[in-house]
Design a binder for this molecule. Structure first.
Ligand code: SF4
Length: 334
């Protein structure tokens, strides 16, 4: 049994969607770990909880194992077994993944618990399964494993934004994951309604600079898909756009690409600014480029002036506010 879903938080501000995010239940504080404890994550249950609806999943509880329960491990043959090898839960875990696939198809991201033979995304110790040449001292053969449930989910949805709790402590990875989740929620909302090519054009127009910051090649590909939207079957347009959009956002933007996107905002804004204001913005972009200021500094300046000059095409760019600003995700210097 998975614990009941927490009640939704307050409505999002600033016109942001409210993503649905699957999460290993123990990260929300549910006492479902093998030892009856939890692994509550402060960021997930604090700031982020105000802006997303969680879909908690504890695979080991859902296949009927209670808490506390015997510890388990992953073997090199891909099976999940109890440490003493008396029980093999691989078949139950596979059946659960098949049962949950429809729920997971409708989420915008997944946060997995690290180091779990069910939930870990990467670097999980794998233990011998009796193959020739494997060590026999009970130590891990390698650390190249993925949790059985996590592997089934991420193989079924290779473009779903997915991260582990520990990696989200890195401010760059955290920002990138949250940005992808909100972008995924916006595109899900677009295609969930009876959309027309003009809706796709409007969506694409708002996301141009965000996509450019991630992947300039995808920016051009998406432009071609939008240009042909009126003459192709809507299902093909949707599938092609979704695929290219998800792929683009999966590329983590580097400082140089952010600088390029910032200059693309400054370009059309320049003619509306006097020399002093233009100089301030150029200096802020340069400080960011050199690693002396966080991205939030030039973005705030550009947004302020784009709004002040009523330049809707610029001020409505998702690049300038890809997620709720109170998540404070663009304030790091990395
Ligand atoms: S890591 Fe996964 S299986 Fe283990 S307690 Fe957390 S949610 Fe359950």
């Amino acid at each position: 049994m998975t614990p009941p879903m927490p009640p939704p938080g307050p409505a999002p501000a600033g016109g942001h969607p409210r993503p649905r995010v699957a999460v290993s239940s123990c990260l929300l504080g549910a006492p479902v770990r093998y030892n009856g404890g939890h692994s509550r994550d402060r960021f997930l249950t604090g700031l982020l909880a105000h802006h997303v609806d969680w879909v908690p999943i504890c695979p080991e509880m859902e296949i009927g194992l209670g808490a506390p329960r015997p510890t388990m491990r992953l073997r090199t043959d891909g099976r999940i077994v109890t440490k003493d090898e008396t029980a093999d839960h691989t078949r139950a875990m596979t059946a659960l993944a098949n049962d949950r696939i429809l729920d997971i198809a409708d989420v915008d991201g997944y946060v997995f618990k690290s180091r779990s033979p069910s939930c870990a995304l990467l670097n999980l110790p794998r233990y011998a399964s009796g193959l020739p040449g494997e060590r026999t001292d009970g130590q891990p053969v390698d650390r190249h494993g993925r949790g059985v449930f996590a592997a089934l989910v991420t193989d079924a949805f290779p473009h779903l934004p997915a991260e582990e709790d520990g990696r989200l402590n890195d401010p760059v990875l955290r920002e990138h994951f949250v940005e992808r989740v909100f972008a995924h929620a916006r595109i899900r909302e677009l295609f969930a309604r009876d959309w027309r090519p003009r809706d796709l054009i409007a969506f694409h127009s708002r996301h141009k600079l965000q996509v450019l910051a991630h992947d300039p090649a995808a920016y051009r590909e998406l432009g071609r898909i939008v240009a042909g939207a009126g003459t192709r079957h809507p299902d093909d347009v949707e599938a092609g756009y979704r695929r290219a959009f998800d792929r683009a956002l999966a590329v983590r933007p580097k400082r140089g690409r952010h600088t390029n996107a910032l200059l693309h905002v400054l370009g059309p804004l320049s003619e509306h600014l006097n020399a002093a204001r233009r100089h301030d913005i150029v200096a802020a972009i340069e400080s960011y480029r050199c690693g002396e200021a966080p991205l939030s500094v030039p973005v705030a300046l550009l947004r302020h002036h784009a709004e002040g000059e009523h330049l809707d095409y610029l001020s409505q760019q998702t690049y300038l506010e890809p997620f709720p600003p109170d998540l404070l995700l663009r304030h790091h210097l990395q």
